[in-house]
Design a protein around this ligand. Sequence first.
Ligand code: AHR
Length: 324
Amino acid sequence: MSLTRRNFLGVAVAAPVAATVVPLNAAFAAKPLTIGFSQVGAESEWRTANTASIKDAAKKAGINLKFADAQQRQENQVKAIRSFIAQRVDVIAFSPVVESGWDTVLREAKRANIPVILTDRGVKVSDESLYVTFLGSDFVEEGRRAARWLVEHAKKNPNRAYNIVELQGTVGSAPAIDRKAGFAEVMKLEPRLKIIRSQTGDFTRAKGKEVMEAFLKSEGKNITVLYAHNDDMAIGAIQAIEEAGFKPGKDILVVSIDGVRGAFEAMLQGKLNVTVECNPLLGPQLMEAAKAVKAGKPVPKRIVVQEGVFPAEVAAKEFPNRKY
Ligand code: AHR
């Protein structure tokens, strides 16, 4: 008995039944996994490293990556996710610009039977089964670590004032919400730590500089600490501090988060006091998780990335080891 099928060139051929089963299965097995990935944007040095890690890991793993840059806009991410659903990708992964407003589109992905992996940032949804796993940092802990460094600094400097200006990340984003909360929790341990101004700098250097200029204009030398939710805003703000005639790292302590190359350079110049690491190199873990999900293997609901804290004193020793 035989039946007709198409070979890889699309030509109709006759083949015995037993022989058709094996090559067709083999053809399916050889089909590369397709991941649709919606990235936040290109707002920071961290994000550039994160994008490079994801693209590079997909290439190494032989995964077909459909990459969409949302330019920091949730509506662009929703469009990208809908387009991935229409294209019937195997797995959808995304780093959500903001925490809320995902229920509808994630329900559409679930109805289409396409698993979703959250990368870097989490979401607030009514039904946790709308995503399979969340791979990323513990942002609350990062905020706590930043505050802990200041609490320790205050213990060693009993006569210093700690009037903090805070540069928040993108409004409504998980890292901005969590880093603020973690910092606020630990700063209570030292009553001299006071937040005198707090505003978003949208995770960019340009906005960090602009908002710091405004803080300096209204508060002047009353400011003794800058807490920035990422290194890029801190680097922009350092420029504003210098232009206003103050010494960053001395007159104004600078504490930030990410641990990117630019922050290490600023520490080596004595302009930044400490950076709390947030590891952007999530590509290899994301590809592993996607393969496991597609193969029907169990994956943990939460995969937390291990990270450290780098004060300026260790910057010279650590700098050559930095990968981003
Ligand atoms: O979500 C991670 C944060 O987003 C990084 O701290 C920041 O630099 C980026 O823009």
